[in-house]
Design a protein around this ligand. Sequence first.
Ligand SMILES: C=C1C=NC(C(F)(F)F)=NC1=N
Ligand SMILES: [Mg+2]
Length: 224
Amino acid sequence: MSRNGMDSEKVRAALRVYFIAGSQDCLQNPVDVLKQALAGGITMFQFREKGKAARTGEQKLELAKELQALCQSYGVPFIVNDDLELALALDADGVHVGQEDELASVVRERMGPDKILGVSAHTAQEARQAMADGADYIGVGPIFPTQSKADAKEVKGPEGIIEFRQSGIQLPIVGIGGITLDNAHLVMQAGADGVSVISAITHATSIEESAKRFSHITSGNGIL
Ligand SMILES: C=C1C=NC(C(F)(F)F)=NC1=N
Ligand SMILES: [Mg+2]
């Protein structure tokens, strides 16, 4: 069932190197981090401001606007995590919600058909529900142990993605959780359309170089 609205091939291409970050993940100014990641070739960005040091209110809005402007200058989609009101206020390119966040069907209704809606899914059933709710992609993980999400669920391994594909889930899938330059190829070989990365980029010696290498790893045409 293909959804009218965002073309699924465009979504698959955008998922390839899906950088996720908030100020809590950055060792330097988040604006400089995103500049380097964009220069390195990330294909989509999710603004995920979370945790005790997260910015709120006006500060969060101002940072989001700066990061959104950077993405627009590169033609890279700017996605907001969880915060639907912020996404609507910014006219962001989309929203990502988990199972405990705003209902995906409500987010789709509020955003309209042409924005990108991502949903976290841990089972094939949740994936099918997300598709029915109008999701453009699902996030599956944690694929490997992660430091970036305090309440992560049990580690799935790349097999988690193989299982979704074997269950007949054809929706664009991005793997998330503990993905590094050393294991990203396993996620792609398991049938994901891309990898979501936080600390492997934000904590890299060279942010630009790390993004560039993820781009190279994920652009393979599947032939080793
Ligand atoms: C909890 C999350 C799970 N998956 C994703 C994404 F990679 F975008 F699909 N983003 C999140 N914030
Ligand atoms: Mg969430």
